[in-house]
Structures are given as structure tokens and as C-alpha cells.
Design a protein around this ligand. Sequence first.
Ligand code: ZN
Length: 198
Amino acid sequence: MVKIVQKENPILRDEARAVDEKEIGTPKIAKIIADMKIALSREDDGVAIAAPQIGVPLRIFVVSGKVAQLTGQVPETEPTPEDSVFINPVVKKLSREKKLTDEGCLSVRYLYGKVRRSIKATIEATDETGKRRVFGASGLLAQIFQHEIDHLGGVLFTDKAVDVEEIIPPHVVKRQPLKASGHTTIARLRGYGGRMTK
Ligand code: ZN
């Protein structure tokens, strides 16, 4: 079973290696991406995950399709879009304007804090099909890009966060079983007081 590694694991502190672009589409890389999507789907509050978080030191991250619903691009009444895959991402541009934003991490349970992030980010990355593309983002997605690319450089949000506090979600306290994806997930995520985890 795929496990999300926690902050004490040294793999989270290493610089992840670039994926050989010839390997994109091979069963080996497809399996890693599938494992990342599975691990992410099991986390109610998860919006993105980087490969080192499942113990794989490669430059890949996945953004949940839930993000499009959370940012209002896709109505919550419609099915959740597919997750997006970003391989060998490179930051092309970060807005000078920054904002202190709430942040949490699937590998730093259950700490939350505020991180100063650029409000807009442009990255270039290769998708699952091997196509190199440029992605411009603002708000939550821009924050996700910065958080995930930090992971690939061995940086955790707690390295730069202020006002860090521990907030144990009710389902952990009560040890309730987690439900699968869908609209319930969005509702449950909102139950975290809007705290999203990457
Ligand atoms: Zn994280």
C-alpha cells in the first residue's frame, strides 16, 4: 500500500531528480503517478502531492481535480475533474506581489501555518503524455505550484511558515473511517475550516 511519508523522513529533504523524458508513459513512471493519485485520493483535505511524499525522489507532482471545484472553475454539482500531472516543473515567473496564506502539508500532520507566497505563478512542465506546456495560475493553484516545487527541492512549508499551530481534525480525534471521493469530500474538506493540505 502506498504510504505518505512524514517530515522525519530524510527523502523529504533531498533534491528530487529530473524524470528522463523518454521514460514518460512507461509502466514504471505510470505506476508512480497512479500511486500518487491513490495516495492523494485517500486524503479528504488533500489538494496536491509531490513524488517524494510517497518516497519517490523524482520531480513529479499531482494536483487534485478538486482544486477546479474549490476555485469555482468547475461547479461542485458536476463530476470532479481528473487530477493533473506535472513532470519536471520549472518556475518561469512569480508575481512580486505576495500574500500570507494558510497552508498545511500531507507530510507534516497536523501542523498549519501561514506562508508568504506569490499570488501568481507561471511554470513550465511536462504532462503525462510527454507534452511540455506552460501553466499560469493565481490564488490556490499558484500557491500549490510553489508548495509542490518546494517539495522537489527538499523544502517543507514549515521551513518558511509563521504562526504554526497544531490542529487535529475531528475525524482523527474520533477515529472515524474516511469516506471516498466525490461531493462528500468537498463538503468534508470545508469541514476543515477551509484548511487544505498539499
Ligand atoms: Zn506538502
